[in-house]
Design a protein around this ligand. Structure first.
Ligand SMILES: [Zn+2]
Length: 273
């Protein structure tokens, strides 16, 4: 019995497995790209229980996990490395240079802070990516990737991955499905919007995101709209409680309101890091 939910996208030679944790695991996604001979995993979950569930799923695919790529600096995407990495010791863990450096510098402090909130459910030790991936074209096990680095979006440093032959965009936490709130943990509203306008111009059929149910191209525009309102509210408010209340009132149909409570504490520096 799996705890999470997996959507499998079948392509000619490869399959893309999109794992999503249950809601107490923040509906975080991990994406497994299954090539002819090996697997590449993007992101390793937040709660250790779902990291184990993910690792079990990967094992059942019966191909070696060649590489783990961490998309950005937020620990809901790499805390679970504490479980996944020892299960697949041959898999190299990689991230963009700035993502790797940030986690190397702040990772342990971040995990100590999250342990105060989430307890034993999250990792006690930060696992630091040991390799870097540079933006640009990469071919791994015959699968083509275009990697991009985007600063000052949802997080300080963020990877975007395009699989041109599968016409798939991995947008991670830059795009949120319109039925849930977005994590606005840093005041990069305008620059985040600018990145989204760029992604909107790309040619793709499928978009995979960092949290919640499957997204569509329209969710890029919806995220832009959300950020424009959040920016206005942020400019008018001085407390996390006020910011969260106004944002919830403006978007009553968006679920996971608890995400805004947590994000606003980070946005106003109450939780730091
Ligand atoms: Zn996230």
């Amino acid at each position: 019995m799996m705890l999470g939910h997996v959507n499998v996208h079948n392509h000619e030679v490869i399959r893309i497995h999109d794992y999503m944790a249950p809601s107490d695991g923040l509906l975080v996604h991990s994406v497994i790209v299954e090539g002819p001979n090996s697997l590449v995993l993007f992101d390793a979950q937040f709660l250790l229980s779902y990291a184990k569930d993910l690792a079990d799923y990967i094992q059942r695919l019966r191909k070696p996990l060649a590489r783990i790529i961490i998309s950005h600096v937020h620990p809901d995407h790499w805390s679970g490395l504490a479980v996944v990495a020892p299960r697949f010791p041959a898999a190299k863990i990689a991230a963009l240079p700035k993502v790797r450096d940030y986690i190397a510098l702040n990772g342990q402090e971040i995990m100590d802070a999250r342990r105060n909130v989430f307890g034993d459910a999250v990792a006690s030790q930060a696992v630091i990516p040991e390799e870097i991936i540079e933006p640009g074209e990469h071919v791994i096990d015959g699968v083509h990737y275009q990697f991009e680095a985007h600063d000052e979006g949802e997080s300080q440093y963020q990877l975007v991955a395009i699989l041109p032959n599968q016409r798939t965009l991995l947008a991670f936490d830059l795009v949120f499905p319109r039925h849930v709130h977005a994590f606005t943990v840093a005041p990069y509203f305008s620059h985040w919007t600018k990145i989204l306008r760029q992604l909107e111009s790309y040619d793709f059929d499928a978009i995979l995101v960092g949290h919640s149910r499957p997204a569509s191209r329209e969710d890029i525009g919806a995220t832009i709209e959300y950020l424009e309102i959040a920016k206005e509210i942020h400019a008018q408010t001085t407390s996390p409680e006020d910011y969260a209340a106004k944002l919830k009132k403006h978007f009553p149909d968006r679920g996971e309101a608890g995400w805004i409570d947590f994000a606003s504490l980070m946005l106003y520096g109450v939780i730091n890091p």
